[in-house]
Design a protein around this ligand. Structure first.
Ligand code: PDD
Length: 288
């Protein structure tokens, strides 16, 4: 059974119902999180919950649960779906008003909370020696200027992702005014002459939990990393390109717009980083 959580109850996904007047449905008026779970252990859950709380605050959605309740709900959705390796999806919308109206409901209505857990396959980082990497495209970023909010309004992101899918690529790397922002659902790292760079946290990108962890791990192990603007020219001339997300870990991009990146294979800096990242995951999640 695929058990989901909806507004206080755990039910079979096939039985879960929301109103068409829910503002998430009408306006994409809501936020979300994706929390990876390995071996039954939610990975970096505090960072994800902190970002969820921030997204709600930025959109003035009342947070329906204190942190410990969120933590408990995440634990329960995982155990009710058999534990193991899953990704938890959490969505909070502004709720269901009596009629469609752009203005926030007065008096306020309770937010709608939906959670699910789906199987998550381990990323190529778990087998660095046999990793082949993925392809990516690059396009101009046409999104709004609050990409720091993890909103469910994802039309540009899904259109980019579909654009990649039809040509067998994993991601579209976005640039704005000649500088890299992020991927449609990932953050971006470039490596040149052994030096790593990733765009700084701003309103133009999501502060990725995996991005931040990657920066942290690089610093811990003395890999030279800078958080700074990365130009489109640097993207195109990189020795290595990586994309990061909670479901992909750190994934090497080996072709950009049909041209090989570096040697067209996952590079040595990625391999070194992959070892450190994997060791960290193993320790935190008691992986064998
Ligand atoms: N996406 N940038 C965007 C636009 C994203 O949607 C995501 C995550 C990231 C990476 O963030 P994190 O490392 O915290 O997962 C960056 C999730 C996985 C999704 O939409 O499914």
């Amino acid at each position: 059974m695929n058990t989901v959580y909806l507004d206080g109850q755990f039910v079979d996904a096939a039985e879960a119902r929301i109103s068409p007047l829910d503002r998430g449905f009408l306006f994409a008026d809501g936020v979300y999180e994706v929390v990876p779970v390995f071996n039954g252990v939610p990975f970096r859950i505090e960072e994800h919950l902190q970002r969820l709380e921030r997204s709600m605050r930025e959109l003035q959605i009342d947070n329906p649960h204190p942190r410990e309740q969120w933590r408990a709900l995440c634990g329960e959705i995982v155990s009710r779906n058999g534990g193991g390796n899953v990704s938890i999806y959490v969505q909070v919308t502004r709720g269901t008003a009596a009629k469609r109206d752009h203005v926030f409901p007065v008096p306020a209505v309770p937010p709608t909370v939906f959670m699910s857990a789906s199987p998550l396959s381990l990323s190529p980082l778990h087998n660095p020696d046999s990793a082949v990497g993925a392809k990516a495209l690059t396009r101009e970023d046409n999104r709004w200027d609050r990409c720091d909010i993890k909103s469910v309004a994802l039309l540009p992101n899904i259109l980019f992702r579909q654009m990649a899918q039809v040509v067998g690529a994993a991601e579209v790397i976005l640039t704005r005014n000649g500088c890299v922002t992020e991927g449609s659902s990932t953050n971006v790292f470039v490596v040149k002459n052994g030096r790593i760079a990733t765009p700084p946290i701003s309103n133009r990108i999501l502060a990725g939990v995996t991005r931040n962890l990657t920066v942290e791990i690089c610093r811990q192990h003395g890999l030279p990393i800078e958080e700074r603007e990365v130009t489109k020219a640097e993207l195109e001339a990189a020795d290595e390109l990586w994309i990061t997300s909670s479901t992909k870990d750190v994934l090497p991009i080996v072709a950009l717009e049909g041209r090989a990146v570096g040697g067209g294979r996952p590079g040595p800096v990625w391999k070194e980083l992959a070892g450190y990242f994997l060791a960290y995951k193993r320790k935190i999640c008691n992986l064998g």
